[in-house]
Write a protein that binds this ligand. Structure first.
Ligand code: C2E
Ligand code: MG
Ligand code: MG
Ligand code: MG
Length: 284
């Protein structure tokens, strides 16, 4: 009778839950430490102008070099950092590192506009813009070499507050992009009021556009919408030549993805070159 109650299964189930829970709890505690302990790394992924094949910037993507678990991607700790109240120190680390990198490139005579991702919480932080203004004063970098990416869904958490923050950022002279566009259901009225320079089409549409007519239609109409609003359009998640060619035919402005390059450690970025054969293949 005891066996039919299956206490063992129950124990196994809670055991797994506990393990996951404990793992996340310890990750939170460790993340706190990791920020101060120099365990975060800034990777950079190049963006390329589709019409000319010329690199036109990079996106800063944070990673956590965990001493035991190896390199952990942001999808595993950004949300957690937001919930645990750690996003401000994390964003401050990313901002400091990104400005230092732009300064280094600028000193070496390289102009690489570097795009920094901001999270929902960052947009609601009233001191964010002053901190960024302070970084400009500290590093003396050109506003043209710093960009910000804000996801469409982050904007929708507090549309009015976000709009204010975007306007204040824009006043600093930086370039703004709406990230993961097409996944957040923002209204066209709202989009039209946003002080943005570009939109990034979410990789879920770009990745499927060749097999799925619906995705191709979304990519196509987003490019046209962006252009009609006077915005530059970036496709993220470009993984192959055929997708690049299709995007070129649709007059998409900029491409980013594994076809061009994986995100690279910031130090390696300056010596990165577009593969010569790809360069020839892509120009029409
Ligand atoms: P995102 O801003 O949309 O960044 C694009 C993600 O797609 C990156 O994932 C990038 O490595 C990945 N990716 C690039 N090319 C390809 C491709 O060809 N195919 C596929 N399947 N994926 C590609 P990653 O680095 O894991 O970052 C995930 C998300 O975490 C980012 O999405 C961004 O929202 C967030 N994130 C990254 N760094 C930061 C940061 O410093 N601060 C904040 N707040 N969020 C960050
Ligand atoms: Mg981004
Ligand atoms: Mg994106
Ligand atoms: Mg994305």
């Amino acid at each position: 009778r005891e066996a039919r109650q299956s206490p063992g299964n129950f124990a196994i189930f809670t055991g797994n839950l506990d393990r996951d829970c404990n793992r996340n709890l310890s990750l939170v505690a460790e993340l706190h430490h990791a920020i101060a302990d120099e365990q975060l790394r800034l990777y950079c992924q190049p963006k390329v102008d589709i019409a000319t094949g010329i690199p036109c910037g990079a996106e800063a993507l944070v990673r956590w070099a965990h001493p035991e678990h190896g390199l952990i991607g942001p999808d595993r700790f950004i949300k957690m950092a937001e919930k645990a109240g750690l996003i401000t120190p994390l964003t401050n680390w990313v901002l400091g590192e990104a400005f230092r990198q732009v300064y280094t490139w600028q000193s070496d005579g390289i102009a690489v506009p570097l795009a920094i991702n901001l999270s929902t919480r960052d947009l609601l932080d009233s001191r964010l813009v002053d901190r960024i203004r302070g970084l400009f004063l500290t590093w003396g970098v050109d506003a043209g070499n710093v960009q910000f990416e804000i996801t469409e869904s982050a904007l929708l958490e507090d549309p009015r507050g976000s709009l204010e923050t975007l306007k204040r950022l824009r006043d600093l002279g930086v370039h703004l992009a709406i990230d993961d566009f097409g996944t957040g259901f923002s209204s066209l009225t709202y989009l039209q009021r946003l002080p943005t320079d570009s939109i990034k089409i979410d990789q879920s549409f770009v990745g499927r556009m060749l097999e799925h007519e619906g995705s191709d239609a979304i990519v196509r109409s987003t490019i046209d919408l962006g252009h009609d609003l006077g915005l530059s359009v970036i496709a993220e998640g470009v993984e192959d030549q055929a997708t690049w060619t299709r995007l070129a035919a649709l007059k998409c402005d900029v491409a980013q993805g594994y076809f061009i390059s994986q995100p690279l450690p910031a130090e390696e970025f300056a010596s990165w070159h577009l593969p010569e054969d790809m360069f020839h293949a892509t120009l029409h």
